[in-house]
Design a protein around this ligand. Structure first.
Ligand SMILES: [Zn+2]
Length: 195
């Protein structure tokens, strides 16, 4: 049984290989496909932004069946995301949940832009997507109203929101959220470097 720490250490090692330009591209051969034909046992569920630079298996140098990946623009939590994460944790027994944020995020930039008095109106569904990020932008703006909002700081605030109850829809479930397996999330971006 893989522990959360072991799963995290493997993620860090894979990311280090990627950053060093020495990926091994493990577990991507025919044997691995055959091994996985009857089922999956991923060790990590990764929730991150859809940004094309964050291809999870590539930047963590992982193979088929290693990661259970859930992504949307800006890593915004909604009931479908939570359902997918719960599926991985409760039914696949994934020991580690990683939330992956990144620099230069377009969704965060759109949330920051939306706080300007002269901001243009966004299409409805794009607004729905980024609106959970706007509180993070407003908090950063509130601290320093005379200075241009630091989007990277907003991104870090939004990451914290994502892994705490601030962005978590209220449910009638008696079970606590986040579950115990939601570990190491805030630290994930420090080590997981995108290109
Ligand atoms: Zn992004």
């Amino acid at each position: 049984m893989t522990t959360p720490q072991q799963a995290w250490d493997e993620m860090v090692r894979g990311n280090e290989r990627f950053v060093a330009g020495a990926p091994r591209h493990p577990r991507q051969d025919v044997d691995r496909r055959t091994e996985l034909a009857d089922g999956q046992r991923p060790h990590v569920v990764l929730f991150g932004c859809s940004d094309s630079r964050l291809a999870a298996e590539i930047i963590f140098d992982k193979g088929l069946g290693d990661l259970f990946v859930v992504r949307n623009a800006g890593h915004v939590v909604d009931p479908f995301v939570i359902g997918s994460l719960e599926y991985a944790v409760e039914l696949l027994d994934v020991p580690l949940l990683v939330v992956l944020a990144h620099d230069s995020c377009g969704a965060v930039a759109a949330a920051v832009e939306s706080t300007r008095p002269d901001a243009e109106e966004l299409p409805t569904n794009i607004w729905r997507l980024i609106s959970p990020i706007v509180p993070a932008a407003r908090r950063v703006k509130h601290v320093d109203p005379d200075v241009a909002i630091d989007a990277e700081r907003v991104g870090r605030e939004h990451l914290r929101d994502t892994v705490t109850e601030r962005c978590t829809p209220r449910t009638s479930s008696p079970r606590p959220w986040p579950p115990a397996a939601w570990a190491s999330s805030a630290a994930s971006t420090a080590s997981a470097r995108a290109p």
